[in-house]
Design a protein. Structure first.
Length: 115
């Protein structure tokens, strides 16, 4: 009878030990899985951070280029305004009319005012 009780207890111990090993393995798998997910999340966040930083740098280059272009356009606009003012000045137009076209100021009888 002592042998039968010992055999039973060994089976129970073996079953308990096997079950505890299975639970331990299951727990290790869960930890490894969770750690893997955390590692993947960390890698994903890092990649997103790098991508965002590259986008910021690229937008900085674009902004710099646009700013330079804007400055050139403003300078050209100022130059064109000066040229327009020069070309449309009354003194210049009067000199061109006299020299190129031979025009003279009208005399008193040549001006007719319409009602």
């Amino acid at each position: 009878m002592a042998g039968a009780v010992g055999a039973r207890s060994r089976k129970v111990v073996r079953g308990t030990r096997g079950e505890s090993e299975r639970i331990a393995r299951s727990g290790r798998r869960k930890r490894i899985f969770v750690m893997g997910l955390c590692a993947l999340a960390l890698i994903g966040v890092t990649l997103i951070q790098v991508w965002l930083r590259l986008q910021v740098v690229q937008m900085g280059y674009v902004l710099s280029t646009i700013s330079k272009f804007h400055g050139r356009l403003e300078q050209e606009n100022r130059e064109l305004k000066v040229e327009l003012a020069t070309l449309t000045s009354p003194d210049r137009l009067e000199a061109l009319a006299r020299n190129r076209l031979g025009l003279v100021p009208p005399e008193k009888g040549q001006i007719i005012v319409l009602p």
